[in-house]
Design a protein around this ligand. Sequence first.
Ligand code: AMP
Length: 422
Amino acid sequence: MSFERLGLSAPLLRAVAEAGYREPTPIQRAAIGPALAGKDIVGCAQTGTGKTAAFALPVLQALDASAEDDPKIRALVLSPTRELAAQIGECFGTYGKHLDLWHTVIFGGVSEGPQIKALRDGIDILVATPGRLLDLMRRGFVDLRSVEVFVLDEADHMLDMGFLPDVRRIVAALPVRRQNLLFSATMPPEIRGLAEGLLHEPVSVGVEVVSKPVELIEQKLYFVDKADKPKLLLDLLRERGVERSLVFSRTKHGANRVVQFLDKSGVRSAAIHGNKSQNARTRALDAFKRGELSVLVATDIAARGIDIDGVSHVINFDLPNIPETYVHRIGRTARAGASGIALSMCDAEEHEFLADIEKLIGRKLERVDEHPFPASQAAMPAANARPGGRPGSSGGRRPGGGPPRRGGGGGGGGRGGSPRRR
Ligand code: AMP
């Protein structure tokens, strides 16, 4: 099916063609038609499926059809993180380049001056994180009374980050008559409840069930002692011809330590996490996108939603304690149909996390037994213990002593402030 058949207008078709998209992704095929018809949508889709265009294109078309000389905020997009908000803003710029609509992005952590100026100058589309938006609303800088379309992106992530009360406050300031588009990678009961209160006879579009990781991703598992993880990482990066890899660490300190180790070993990398300034994060991301850095080390919150094409490998330096996070992580490779590789390390404290992940995805990750840093017996789960396993350097460590299964959140707020732009 082509984009033309979805009913998109000529300027949008041109922009999409210029972006190099040849045909719509499944979520775009499913969502664009009903969204153009003004329906509410609940979309179950992970990042990487093309969901941003699935909502941005219909929003742009609806606003363009009734554009006025004096711009008012007629579409509001809420995003949980600054990076995702910035990226959504870029997408509106890309897809709306042939239209006369203005958008801006607001998030916390950066100077509010340019954001307030953009709001004063007048915009049609506002992309925002909840914290800064509420702050500017309370101080009278944002008027949401003309909003016609409301998009809530990554609703489950909003929940994880404790933003749902803020989201509800913002929704209460919107006109009752409006179109709602809600996207979430998973549908926990809280999000279902939110959706029921928010949406009117929604069309449900679900493309990628979260428990089914992208089929194209090759997933491998390395049992290793915790102390050997940095060396194994280096080996994987060198031996497997890794071009552009995103390495996940459960903690900010862990991410910093990995970067320091790689640095000493002559591999250029950078960390992105909540303790880094927005400028440092943007610089790291840009250097990675330009190919100046081949390794980006990220925590889950920092990485979620960031859009990087061409990631050849996702490496899980730590296994996540929430199994869905594994699916989100590995979805960062193999984006929009490309193939990718996900390599995961598992130490003695992570067996339980591994079991949860394999239960969620419904299969065993492929074990790589032959590698230079095989785990000691103690770091192998009972079913995988090899007769010749290396004698235990990590001796009697018991599985399950790792971090709590949920939590570790933080990093919230938003950040932002791209100036008013098309
Ligand atoms: P998203 O899920 O919105 O973060 O999109 C993931 C990536 O897919 C982004 O890099 C988009 O530029 C890209 N993309 C979105 N739609 C298409 C399409 N129809 N064809 C090719 N790439 C696409």
